[in-house]
Write a protein that binds this ligand. Structure first.
Ligand SMILES: C[S@@+](CC[C@H](N)C(=O)[O-])C[C@H]1O[C@@H](n2cnc3c(N)ncnc32)[C@H](O)[C@@H]1O
Length: 267
Protein backbone atom coordinates (compact mmCIF):
# COMPACT_ATOMS: atom_id res chain seq x y z
CA UNK A 1 0.00 0.00 0.00
CA UNK A 2 1.46 3.37 -1.02
CA UNK A 3 0.82 5.94 1.71
CA UNK A 4 -1.11 9.10 0.86
CA UNK A 5 1.07 12.16 0.20
CA UNK A 6 0.87 15.07 2.70
CA UNK A 7 2.29 18.60 3.02
CA UNK A 8 5.41 18.54 5.20
CA UNK A 9 4.99 18.60 8.99
CA UNK A 10 1.22 18.07 8.92
CA UNK A 11 0.57 14.40 9.78
CA UNK A 12 4.16 13.96 10.93
CA UNK A 13 3.52 16.45 13.79
CA UNK A 14 1.57 13.85 15.81
CA UNK A 15 4.41 11.29 15.60
CA UNK A 16 7.34 13.74 15.58
CA UNK A 17 8.42 13.41 19.22
CA UNK A 18 8.09 9.60 19.23
CA UNK A 19 10.48 9.47 16.27
CA UNK A 20 12.96 12.25 17.05
CA UNK A 21 13.36 11.76 20.80
CA UNK A 22 15.48 8.73 19.79
CA UNK A 23 17.51 10.64 17.19
CA UNK A 24 18.24 13.91 19.01
CA UNK A 25 19.51 14.14 22.59
CA UNK A 26 17.69 17.41 23.27
CA UNK A 27 18.96 17.92 26.85
CA UNK A 28 22.58 17.33 25.91
CA UNK A 29 22.33 19.41 22.71
CA UNK A 30 20.87 22.25 24.82
CA UNK A 31 23.97 22.02 27.04
CA UNK A 32 26.18 22.15 23.91
CA UNK A 33 24.37 25.32 22.82
CA UNK A 34 24.88 26.80 26.30
CA UNK A 35 28.64 26.12 25.90
CA UNK A 36 28.57 28.12 22.66
CA UNK A 37 26.72 30.97 24.45
CA UNK A 38 29.36 30.93 27.16
CA UNK A 39 32.32 30.85 24.74
CA UNK A 40 31.10 33.53 22.33
CA UNK A 41 28.87 35.89 24.27
CA UNK A 42 28.89 35.20 27.96
CA UNK A 43 25.46 36.17 29.19
CA UNK A 44 22.44 34.98 27.23
CA UNK A 45 19.02 35.42 28.80
CA UNK A 46 16.62 35.55 25.88
CA UNK A 47 16.34 33.05 23.03
CA UNK A 48 14.38 32.94 19.79
CA UNK A 49 13.98 29.32 18.65
CA UNK A 50 13.47 29.42 14.87
CA UNK A 51 11.75 26.41 13.29
CA UNK A 52 11.00 25.25 16.83
CA UNK A 53 8.80 22.36 15.67
CA UNK A 54 7.14 20.71 18.66
CA UNK A 55 9.08 23.05 20.96
CA UNK A 56 11.64 20.70 22.48
CA UNK A 57 14.53 23.18 22.62
CA UNK A 58 12.22 26.10 23.47
CA UNK A 59 10.80 24.23 26.47
CA UNK A 60 14.12 22.94 27.78
CA UNK A 61 15.69 26.41 27.62
CA UNK A 62 12.61 27.88 29.34
CA UNK A 63 12.90 25.27 32.12
CA UNK A 64 16.56 26.26 32.51
CA UNK A 65 15.49 29.86 33.19
CA UNK A 66 15.77 31.59 29.78
CA UNK A 67 12.97 33.70 28.30
CA UNK A 68 12.13 31.86 25.10
CA UNK A 69 9.95 32.31 22.02
CA UNK A 70 9.47 29.48 19.54
CA UNK A 71 8.32 30.14 15.97
CA UNK A 72 7.47 27.62 13.26
CA UNK A 73 5.78 27.62 9.86
CA UNK A 74 3.71 24.51 10.58
CA UNK A 75 0.40 25.04 12.38
CA UNK A 76 0.36 21.35 13.37
CA UNK A 77 3.84 21.43 14.94
CA UNK A 78 2.98 24.63 16.87
CA UNK A 79 -0.24 22.98 18.12
CA UNK A 80 1.78 20.08 19.58
CA UNK A 81 4.28 22.56 21.14
CA UNK A 82 1.46 24.54 22.77
CA UNK A 83 -0.06 21.34 24.19
CA UNK A 84 3.26 20.41 25.83
CA UNK A 85 3.69 23.95 27.14
CA UNK A 86 0.32 23.81 28.91
CA UNK A 87 1.42 20.72 30.82
CA UNK A 88 4.78 22.29 31.78
CA UNK A 89 5.68 24.87 34.43
CA UNK A 90 8.01 26.68 32.00
CA UNK A 91 6.50 29.64 30.21
CA UNK A 92 7.65 29.96 26.61
CA UNK A 93 5.70 31.68 23.85
CA UNK A 94 4.85 29.72 20.68
CA UNK A 95 3.82 31.42 17.46
CA UNK A 96 3.15 30.27 13.92
CA UNK A 97 5.49 32.36 11.82
CA UNK A 98 7.71 32.12 8.74
CA UNK A 99 11.40 32.54 9.54
CA UNK A 100 11.72 34.72 6.42
CA UNK A 101 9.30 37.26 7.88
CA UNK A 102 9.69 37.37 11.66
CA UNK A 103 7.06 39.74 13.05
CA UNK A 104 8.00 40.24 16.69
CA UNK A 105 8.73 43.35 18.74
CA UNK A 106 11.10 41.75 21.25
CA UNK A 107 14.85 41.45 20.74
CA UNK A 108 16.89 38.42 21.79
CA UNK A 109 20.44 37.63 22.92
CA UNK A 110 20.49 34.55 20.69
CA UNK A 111 18.50 33.11 17.80
CA UNK A 112 18.87 29.37 17.34
CA UNK A 113 17.72 27.02 14.57
CA UNK A 114 19.07 23.68 15.72
CA UNK A 115 18.13 20.59 13.73
CA UNK A 116 16.48 21.20 10.46
CA UNK A 117 14.75 24.55 9.93
CA UNK A 118 17.43 26.39 7.95
CA UNK A 119 17.88 23.82 5.17
CA UNK A 120 14.25 24.34 4.14
CA UNK A 121 15.33 27.70 2.69
CA UNK A 122 15.81 26.68 -0.92
CA UNK A 123 16.59 29.95 -2.67
CA UNK A 124 19.19 32.65 -2.18
CA UNK A 125 16.36 35.18 -1.60
CA UNK A 126 14.93 32.97 1.20
CA UNK A 127 18.27 32.97 3.01
CA UNK A 128 18.61 36.72 2.52
CA UNK A 129 15.10 37.33 3.92
CA UNK A 130 15.80 35.09 6.94
CA UNK A 131 19.15 36.75 7.73
CA UNK A 132 17.68 40.26 7.38
CA UNK A 133 14.65 39.39 9.48
CA UNK A 134 16.52 37.56 12.27
CA UNK A 135 19.24 40.24 12.49
CA UNK A 136 16.60 42.83 13.31
CA UNK A 137 15.50 40.72 16.27
CA UNK A 138 18.99 40.32 17.78
CA UNK A 139 20.48 42.51 20.50
CA UNK A 140 23.98 43.91 20.03
CA UNK A 141 26.49 41.02 19.64
CA UNK A 142 23.52 38.67 19.61
CA UNK A 143 24.32 35.15 18.40
CA UNK A 144 22.83 33.31 15.45
CA UNK A 145 23.32 29.53 15.68
CA UNK A 146 21.81 27.22 13.10
CA UNK A 147 22.31 23.75 11.66
CA UNK A 148 22.56 23.08 7.93
CA UNK A 149 23.12 20.05 5.69
CA UNK A 150 26.68 19.94 4.37
CA UNK A 151 27.17 18.97 0.69
CA UNK A 152 30.41 17.03 1.16
CA UNK A 153 28.93 15.07 4.09
CA UNK A 154 25.98 13.65 2.10
CA UNK A 155 25.98 9.88 1.47
CA UNK A 156 27.32 9.21 -2.06
CA UNK A 157 24.30 6.90 -2.66
CA UNK A 158 22.01 9.96 -2.32
CA UNK A 159 23.10 10.99 -5.86
CA UNK A 160 22.16 7.59 -7.35
CA UNK A 161 19.00 7.02 -9.43
CA UNK A 162 17.00 5.60 -6.49
CA UNK A 163 18.61 7.70 -3.78
CA UNK A 164 19.69 6.50 -0.35
CA UNK A 165 17.12 4.68 1.81
CA UNK A 166 17.32 4.12 5.54
CA UNK A 167 14.66 3.31 8.12
CA UNK A 168 13.46 4.41 11.54
CA UNK A 169 11.53 2.27 14.04
CA UNK A 170 9.93 3.79 17.14
CA UNK A 171 7.20 3.03 19.67
CA UNK A 172 3.95 5.00 19.63
CA UNK A 173 1.76 3.89 22.54
CA UNK A 174 0.83 0.25 21.79
CA UNK A 175 1.74 0.72 18.14
CA UNK A 176 5.04 0.93 16.31
CA UNK A 177 6.12 3.47 13.74
CA UNK A 178 8.10 2.21 10.76
CA UNK A 179 9.44 4.96 8.52
CA UNK A 180 11.35 4.50 5.27
CA UNK A 181 13.44 7.59 4.50
CA UNK A 182 14.65 8.07 0.93
CA UNK A 183 17.01 10.90 0.16
CA UNK A 184 17.64 11.81 -3.47
CA UNK A 185 20.17 14.58 -3.97
CA UNK A 186 20.28 16.72 -7.10
CA UNK A 187 23.87 17.96 -7.54
CA UNK A 188 22.77 20.65 -10.01
CA UNK A 189 20.53 22.45 -7.51
CA UNK A 190 22.06 21.03 -4.28
CA UNK A 191 18.49 20.17 -3.25
CA UNK A 192 17.70 16.91 -1.42
CA UNK A 193 14.27 15.34 -1.99
CA UNK A 194 13.65 13.53 1.27
CA UNK A 195 10.60 11.24 1.28
CA UNK A 196 9.26 9.83 4.53
CA UNK A 197 6.96 6.82 3.94
CA UNK A 198 5.47 6.28 7.36
CA UNK A 199 3.48 3.26 8.60
CA UNK A 200 1.82 2.98 12.02
CA UNK A 201 1.40 -0.68 12.82
CA UNK A 202 -0.27 -2.65 15.59
CA UNK A 203 2.33 -5.37 16.32
CA UNK A 204 -0.28 -7.78 17.75
CA UNK A 205 -2.86 -7.66 14.95
CA UNK A 206 -0.23 -6.79 12.28
CA UNK A 207 -2.73 -4.21 10.98
CA UNK A 208 -1.91 -0.69 9.85
CA UNK A 209 -3.71 2.01 11.84
CA UNK A 210 -2.27 4.88 9.79
CA UNK A 211 0.08 5.53 6.88
CA UNK A 212 1.20 8.63 5.05
CA UNK A 213 4.01 10.03 2.99
CA UNK A 214 5.67 13.45 3.15
CA UNK A 215 8.34 14.77 0.78
CA UNK A 216 10.61 17.44 2.22
CA UNK A 217 12.92 19.57 0.08
CA UNK A 218 16.16 20.59 1.81
CA UNK A 219 19.12 22.46 0.38
CA UNK A 220 22.67 21.43 1.21
CA UNK A 221 25.47 24.01 1.43
CA UNK A 222 29.25 24.00 1.55
CA UNK A 223 30.96 25.75 4.46
CA UNK A 224 32.61 28.33 2.18
CA UNK A 225 29.22 29.11 0.63
CA UNK A 226 27.69 29.53 4.09
CA UNK A 227 30.54 31.74 5.27
CA UNK A 228 30.03 33.91 2.20
CA UNK A 229 26.25 34.13 2.71
CA UNK A 230 26.66 35.13 6.37
CA UNK A 231 29.35 37.72 5.68
CA UNK A 232 27.44 39.12 2.70
CA UNK A 233 24.55 39.73 5.10
CA UNK A 234 26.63 41.51 7.74
CA UNK A 235 27.17 38.63 10.18
CA UNK A 236 30.50 38.01 11.84
CA UNK A 237 31.32 34.29 11.43
CA UNK A 238 32.53 32.72 14.69
CA UNK A 239 32.81 29.05 13.76
CA UNK A 240 31.45 25.90 12.13
CA UNK A 241 31.04 22.77 14.26
CA UNK A 242 30.17 19.17 13.57
CA UNK A 243 26.57 18.77 14.77
CA UNK A 244 26.17 15.47 16.61
CA UNK A 245 22.56 16.34 17.64
CA UNK A 246 23.74 16.17 21.25
CA UNK A 247 25.02 12.60 21.01
CA UNK A 248 28.55 13.89 21.62
CA UNK A 249 29.10 16.35 24.46
CA UNK A 250 32.22 17.74 22.77
CA UNK A 251 31.92 20.45 20.13
CA UNK A 252 34.40 19.54 17.38
CA UNK A 253 35.18 21.78 14.37
CA UNK A 254 33.29 20.71 11.24
CA UNK A 255 35.13 18.37 8.84
CA UNK A 256 34.63 17.65 5.18
CA UNK A 257 32.75 14.47 6.13
CA UNK A 258 30.40 16.22 8.62
CA UNK A 259 26.81 15.79 7.43
CA UNK A 260 25.18 18.28 9.81
CA UNK A 261 27.07 21.47 10.52
CA UNK A 262 26.30 24.05 13.21
CA UNK A 263 27.09 27.61 12.09
CA UNK A 264 27.82 30.21 14.79
CA UNK A 265 27.78 33.92 13.91
CA UNK A 266 27.17 37.22 15.65
CA UNK A 267 25.12 40.22 14.55
C1 LIG B 1 13.35 18.94 11.62
S1 LIG B 1 12.15 20.09 12.25
C2 LIG B 1 13.02 20.67 13.68
C3 LIG B 1 12.14 21.11 14.80
C4 LIG B 1 12.89 21.47 16.09
N1 LIG B 1 13.87 22.51 15.88
C5 LIG B 1 13.56 20.27 16.70
O1 LIG B 1 14.78 20.31 16.87
O2 LIG B 1 12.88 19.30 17.01
C6 LIG B 1 12.27 21.50 11.17
C7 LIG B 1 11.20 22.55 11.43
O3 LIG B 1 11.45 23.69 10.59
C8 LIG B 1 10.18 24.24 10.28
N2 LIG B 1 10.30 25.17 9.13
C9 LIG B 1 10.60 24.87 7.85
N3 LIG B 1 10.59 25.99 7.10
C10 LIG B 1 10.29 27.02 7.94
C11 LIG B 1 10.13 28.44 7.75
N4 LIG B 1 10.26 29.00 6.55
N5 LIG B 1 9.83 29.19 8.84
C12 LIG B 1 9.67 28.62 10.06
N6 LIG B 1 9.79 27.28 10.29
C13 LIG B 1 10.10 26.50 9.24
C14 LIG B 1 9.31 23.03 9.99
O4 LIG B 1 7.93 23.33 10.04
C15 LIG B 1 9.78 22.07 11.09
O5 LIG B 1 8.97 22.15 12.23
Amino acid sequence: MVPRSQRSYTKLAKYYDAIYNHIVDYESQTSNLEKIFHDFRGRVRTILDVGCGTGNFTLIFAKRGYRTTGIDLSEDMIKVAKGKHRSSKANPEFLRMDMRDIRLNAKYDAAIAPFGGFSYLLKHEDVLEFFTSVKQRLNQDGLLIFEFWHVSGLRPESSSKNGYTSFVKAKFGHNIIIRLDTNKYDPITDICHLTFDTYILNPKTKRLSDSFSETHLLKAYSISEMRHLLEENGFNVLGFYEDSLGISKKMEPARQSSFRVLAVASA
